[in-house]
Structure formats: structure tokens, C-alpha cells
Ligand binder design. Structure first.
Ligand code: HEM
Length: 447
């Protein structure tokens, strides 16, 4: 793990190496940074057991460090909260993601797609551009509107108007690779001491909560139920932070994969034309989005190759038993028998390693959306959104907003890599959420 702490390898790569080195074992014991004992779970049945099955209650908490005194709003995030507090916070948010709420959210997505189309038409044509920055502008525009009912001015074609956008200034750099992001990742995943020193200031966000407007948005729906300013600001922080970065990353990597896989790009374009024809030219509506099955499969395949979280990490809160490490010793309990997981041990579910396992996906490095056309992506072979009671509640919204932008862009343009040297893309070792080391540089041609 030293290579991770020194910023040489991402945590996903470190775990992938451990996973590959022990094909005969169901799980591997190792020490994380600062000598913290951990167990990396390899076996699919055990992964399911920990995330979804009877062991879930023994390790339901994510192994993350945030200081509750210094970073009050961040601790309202169910991803960070533990025990009963997690249950309460999650229960507040889940009703925002029902199919009927998703339909009510789509006008925000459609408006942002239209702005994206105008922005690209006026400001990008003919140039090479960085796809992650464009994708972040778009997802911030959606989330500002869908959560707060506000215009974030992230997709203005008038540059002067954009200069006043606090959203861009504050949030565009937040998840960029840097020495600081490495420090934050180490604090979040490995060191409560370091987490006690780092602090985020969210005064700006509290002001946004006060400035919220309109009725058809998340804060209005939450406010109906709660009315408490403190909780509302906490939920707003969660919806903002969870809502924009993961989807932006997915959109940028999807454009990257489709740029280097021309036939898949053409297939998305053929599909979107057929669907648009059936829906009077409209793509960003509930029925049309549901019919864009290949585009969705392309997004899932992108997440398989580039998962936002390269590993899920859970903490044991109640000691429990794991079966023998080797499956061939099941009956010979004794010298190689079951082990008792000690309280506090971290259990690592190595998402990236699982997604790249040739026993689970043939030709795992290949971009093949067809893998997800006829089979459900769920289960524990695919962990792009996690699994079980802690699975991402915003999955449908994340996929819908990303798919809407993808087809909006591919309807008017074809994309290609601006620079072959970035093939394959290098993953930054400095960030918690997956990011490209040098950006994703593309160019577009009008169709
Ligand atoms: C493509 C976009 C997205 C991806 C790839 C993604 C991925 C994930 C993953 C991997 C987790 C961890 C699951 C686990 O611990 O087992 C998670 C949790 C979470 N996500 Fe997402 N997410 C996306 C979009 C969203 C959106 C749009 C929202 C809300 C606006 C959201 C809200 C959350 C929340 C609140 C949690 C914490 C759940 C809990 O611990 O109970 N996500 N997401």
C-alpha cells in the first residue's frame, strides 16, 4: 500500500494485484496503511454474503473517516453515516428516487440537455476539448436545477455570464487529481486522525439552500416532509456531491470508450435515431430513454471498465465467522479452518479487480456493451453501484442524466480521440473517485 500513499498507484490497482496473486483463496488477509488489519474478499459467494446476505449486518458501515464535529454536513451523507443514523438518513432520501419522482425530475435533465447542445454548438465545434470538464458543467447544471431549482450558469455560451458562476469556480476543481486530493483520500479511507484535521466549509451551500426556488425539485420534496434547515442543508450536500461527480465521470469515460470503439458509437447513433423517430424527435423523455437499451448497456460497460469507486470498504461492527480460506478445505476444518473476523477489521470488496476478472468476464479489457444487453447487470459480478441495502439509491437518476447527455451529443456529433497517446487512459492514483490522470481529450465532428 506504500505505492498508493506515495501517489504511484491507485488503491484499485493495489487491490487488483492482491486479488490476482491469490486465485486459490476465497479471501486474503493483509495490512492497509498504518498497519490496519484488513480482509480482501475474492470469492463471489462471500462478496454477496457481505454486501447482501446474512453478514451484511455485521459489517454494514462503510470504512470511511469524517470528523463529525468539523464536517457536520458531510456526516449527513448516508455513505458516511453509520448504524441507526445511516438508516434514518437513507430513509429520508430513498423516496426521492422512485420512478414517479424520476419522471418529475426529467424536465430538469431535458433543459440541461438543450443548454448542452447550444453550448457545444457555439463554443466547442472544431476544437479539441476535455470531456470531463464538459461533462461536469452539464451534471452541475442538472443537479443545481433538480435539487435546488437554481440555474448554475455552467452552460452559458456567453462567457461573461459564466464568470459569475460560483458552481463552476467552487465545484469544477473539487475532485481533480492533486496532492491535496491524495491527502483527502488517505484521510477518508485510512486515517481518522488526518480526517480530524481536514475540514470542508459549506457556508456557500447553506446560502444555496436558503436561495432554493420552485416546487418541482428535491429540496422542495424533502422540505415538505422535514422543514428542518440543518437536515436540509445536510441532504443538499449529499445530493450535490453524490449527484454530479460520478455521473460526470461516467459520461466522460463513455465518450472516451465510444471514441475508441467506432462501431459501438455508430450503434448508439443508429439506436437513438430509431428511438427519436418513434417519439416525434424527442429523446429526453421517460419512454424514449427507456428504449435506449444499447446506450444504457454502453454506460454499464463503461462503469465496468472504469468504476467510480475502485473498491467498497466495510468495517466489521460485530464479530462473525468466515469459512475456510481455501474452498478445498471446507470439510477439513482444523488447521485451515474457519476464521473469526475481529471487531474493527476492514473488509475490502475489490470492485475493479472483480470487473477485470477473466473468470467473470471474458476478454475483460474489451469494451463490449453487448455483455449487458440481455443479462441483468446486478448481482455481485457488477458493483458499479454497489449492491444490497447500501446500494446507490441515485442509480436510476445517474443513468438517466448520463444517458440523456450522451444521446444528445451523439445525435449531432461523432467523437474521436484528440490524442492517440492517451489510449489507454491512465487512471490517476490521487483521487478517491476514479479520474483520468491527464484528462480525457476528444474532438468532435458535426454529423
Ligand atoms: C452514474 C452515477 C453514479 C454512480 C456510478 C454511483 C455509484 C455509487 C456507489 C458505488 C455507491 C456506494 C454503494 C455501496 O456502498 O455499496 C453509491 C452510494 C450512494 N450514492 Fe451513488 N452513484 C451515482 C449517482 C448517484 C446520484 C445521482 C445520487 C443522488 C443524487 C447518488 C446518491 C448516493 C448516495 C446517497 C449513496 C450512499 C448510499 C448509502 O450508503 O446508503 N448517487 N453510489
Amino acid at each position: 500500500m506504500a505505492s498508493f500513499a506515495l501517489g504511484q498507484r491507485s488503491y484499485g490497482e493495489v487491490y487488483e494485484q492482491i486479488y490476482r496473486q491469490h486465485p486459490e483463496l476465497r479471501y486474503v488477509g493483509f495490512y492497509r496503511l498504518f498497519n490496519e488489519p484488513a480482509i480482501l474478499v475474492r470469492d463471489q459467494r462471500l462478496v454477496r454474503e457481505v454486501l447482501v446476505g446474512s453478514s451484511f449486518l455485521n459489517c454494514a458501515d462503510n470504512a470511511v473517516n469524517v470528523d463529525a464535529q468539523r464536517d457536520v454536513l458531510a456526516t449527513c451523507n448516508p455513505f458516511i453515516a453509520s448504524g441507526d443514523r445511516w438508516r434514518i438518513l437513507r430513509a429520508d432520501l430513498v423516496p426521492l428516487f422512485t420512478p414517479s419522482r424520476l419522471r418529475q425530475t426529467l424536465p430538469h435533465v431535458a433543459a440541461a440537455c438543450q443548454q448542452l447542445q447550444e453550448f457545444v454548438g457555439r463554443r466547442l465545434t472544431g476544437e479539441r476539448f476535455e470531456a470531463k470538464a464538459l461533462a461536469t458543467r452539464y451534471t452541475l447544471q442538472v443537479i443545481a436545477s433538480a435539487v435546488f431549482g437554481l440555474d448554475a450558469h455552467c452552460l452559458c455560451y456567453d462567457e461573461d455570464q459564466e464568470k459569475g458562476s460560483q458552481w463552476l469556480q467552487r465545484l469544477l476543481p473539487l475532485f481533480q487529481p492533486s496532492a491535496w486530493s491524495l491527502l483527502e483520500t488517505i484521510a477518508l479511507l485510512h486515517s481518522s486522525r488526518l480526517a480530524n484535521i481536514l475540514q470542508h466549509r459549506w457556508d456557500w451551500l447553506c446560502a444555496l439552500v436558503r436561495a432554493r426556488s420552485g416546487a418541482n425539485n428535491f429540496l422542495h420534496w424533502l422540505g415538505d416532509k422535514q422543514g428542518e434547515q440543518g437536515d436540509l442543508a445536510g441532504h443538499a450536500t449529499t445530493l450535490l456531491l453524490e449527484g454530479y461527480e460520478t455521473s460526470a465521470m461516467l459520461l466522460a469515460f463513455a465518450l472516451y470508450e465510444l471514441s475508441r470503439n467506432e462501431s459501438a458509437q455508430r450503434r448508439v447513433q443508429t439506436e437513438l435515431e430509431e428511438v427519436a423517430q418513434r417519439h416525434g424527435g424527442l429523446l429526453v423523455g421517460h419512454a424514449a430513454l427507456a428504449e435506449l437499451r444499447y446506450a444504457e448497456a454502453a454506460l454499464l460497460e463503461t462503469l465496468r471498465l472504469h468504476p467510480a469507486m475502485q473498491a467498497l470498504q466495510k468495517r466489521c461492527t460485530k464479530s462473525f465467522t468466515l469459512p475456510p480460506q481455501r474452498s478445498d478445505t471446507d470439510t477439513a476444518v482444523g488447521s485451515h479452518g474457519s476464521i473469526q473476523v475481529a471487531l474493527g477489521t476492514v473488509l475490502v470488496l475489490p470492485v475493479q479487480a472483480i470487473h477485470m476478472d477473466p473468470n467473470l468476464y471474458s476478454d475483460p479489457l474489451k469494451f463490449q456493451p453487448e455483455r449487458f444487453m440481455d443479462t441483468s447487470p446486478m448481482g455481485c459480478r457488477f458493483l458499479g453501484f454497489g449492491a444490497g441495502p447500501r446500494m446507490c439509491p441515485g442509480m436510476r437518476l445517474g443513468l438517466a442524466q448520463t444517458k440523456a447527455a450522451l444521446v444528445t451529443l451523439l445525435r449531432d456529433y461523432s467523437f474521436s480521440l484528440a490524442d492517440q497517446a492517451q489510449d489507454p487512459v491512465q487512471v490517476s492514483p490521487l483521487t478517491f473517485l476514479t479520474a483520468s490522470k491527464h484528462g480525457i481529450w476528444l474532438q468532435l465532428q458535426k454529423r
